[in-house]
Design a protein around this ligand. Structure first.
Ligand SMILES: C[S@@+](CC[C@H](N)C(=O)[O-])C[C@H]1O[C@@H](n2cnc3c(N)ncnc32)[C@H](O)[C@@H]1O
Length: 272
C-alpha cells in the first residue's frame, strides 16, 4: 500500500452527493509514503471551510440523518475519534452526550476548541494511542475516519481497550465499493465500473472542487473484511451494518452504496 490512486469518482460522491454539480480533478498517480495523519493536517484549513459551509457536504444533505440514530443514548463518556473540526462532536453534545474529540491534527483540534458558538474539548492524539484509561468510555464514535487512518487495526484494538464491556463503537466509512469503483459516462443509469482489485489495499488521493471550495481527500481503500476482522480480533460483535447512499433517485449513487455504517458492542472479556 505505497502509492496513490487518484480518481474523480468515489470521494466526490462521498462529499457532495450531487455528482453532476461537482467538478473533480484527477491529480494523477504518484508515489506517496506520507502518513495519512500528516496529509490530513496539511488539508485541515480546506476541510474546516468545506465542512462548515452550510449544505455543502453530504453530512448536511443526508448523511447526518442516517448516522446519528445508530448512536446509543448518552451514558458516561463518549469519545469522538478523528473528530476533525468537530461537527459530529457538537451534534453529540447537542444530543446530551458528555463528549471529547480526539484527532491527530493540531489545526483540527484547535478549530473544535475555538468554535464560535459551540466550543468543545478536543485532544491532539493518534487514534491508536488514546490518553484514556481502560474501560473508561461508554461509546466511541468514528465518523468518516477509520478509512483515513493508517493503523486501522491497531486503532480498533485501542478503542476496545478504552471501552467498557457492553460499550458501543459506532462508525461510518466510505463503502469499499465506492473507493474501488466509479461511474462512467453520463446520466442516472450510467454503468458502474470496477477496474481495481477489491482485495488490494491502496492509498487514495481525491481532489474535489465545487462551488468555490477545493478539498483534497486522503484515504485508504480496504476490502470489507479488513473492518470486520479488526472488529472480531478486538472482541467486538457487530449489531448493525447498514449501506447508506444518496436518497435522490435522480443521482446515480442512488443505485450503489456510498457509505458503510457499523454499530458494534464490546464483549465482556470472558466472551472475547
Ligand atoms: C474526513 S475527516 C473526518 C472528520 C470528522 N469525523 C467529520 O466527519 O467531520 C478524518 C479525520 O481523521 C483524522 N485522522 C487521520 N489519521 C488519524 C490518526 N492516526 N489519529 C487520529 N486522527 C486521525 C484527520 O486528522 C481528520 O480530521
Amino acid at each position: 500500500m505505497d502509492f496513490v490512486r487518484a480518481a474523480a469518482s468515489a470521494r466526490s460522491a462521498e462529499n457532495c452527493g450531487a455528482e453532476e454539480s461537482g467538478q473533480n480533478t484527477n491529480a494523477g498517480a504518484a508515489e506517496d509514503t506520507t502518513r495519512l495523519a500528516e496529509s490530513w493536517d496539511a488539508a485541515a484549513e480546506e476541510w474546516i471551510a468545506w465542512a462548515r459551509r452550510p449544505g455543502h457536504d453530504s453530512y448536511d444533505v443526508f448523511h447526518r440523518a442516517a448516522f446519528l440514530p445508530l448512536i446509543p443514548a448518552p451514558a458516561g463518556l463518549t469519545a469522538d475519534l478523528g473528530c476533525g473540526e468537530g461537527r459530529v462532536t457538537r451534534d453529540l453534545a447537542a444530543k446530551g452526550h458528555r463528549v471529547i474529540g480526539f484527532d491527530r491534527s493540531l489545526t483540527m483540534c484547535r478549530a473544535v476548541r475555538t468554535h464560535p458558538t459551540q466550543p468543545m474539548p478536543a485532544v491532539v492524539t493518534d487514534a491508536a494511542r488514546l490518553p484514556l484509561p481502560g474501560n473508561s468510555v461508554d461509546c466511541v464514535v468514528a465518523f468518516m475516519a477509520l478509512h483515513d487512518i493508517d493503523a486501522m487495526h491497531e486503532t480498533v484494538a485501542e478503542i476496545a481497550r478504552i471501552l467498557r464491556p457492553g460499550g458501543r463503537l459506532v462508525f461510518a466509512v466510505v463503502h469499499p465499493v465506492n473507493s474501488v469503483g466509479g461511474f462512467t459516462g453520463q446520466g442516472p443509469d450510467r454503468p458502474f465500473v470496477i477496474n481495481e482489485s477489491w482485495f488490494e489495499r491502496h492509498r487514495r488521493l481525491d481532489e474535489v472542487a465545487r462551488d468555490g471550495l477545493h478539498m483534497t481527500f486522503h484515504s485508504v481503500h480496504r476490502p470489507l473484511q479488513d473492518y470486520t476482522e479488526a472488529l472480531a480480533d478486538a472482541g467486538f460483535l457487530i449489531e448493525r451494518l447498514r449501506e447508506v447512499t444518496n436518497p435522490d433517485p435522480a443521482n446515480s449513487w442512488h443505485r450503489m452504496p456510498m457509505f458503510l455504517h457499523v454499530r458494534a458492542v464490546r464483549l465482556a472479556d470472558t466472551h472475547r
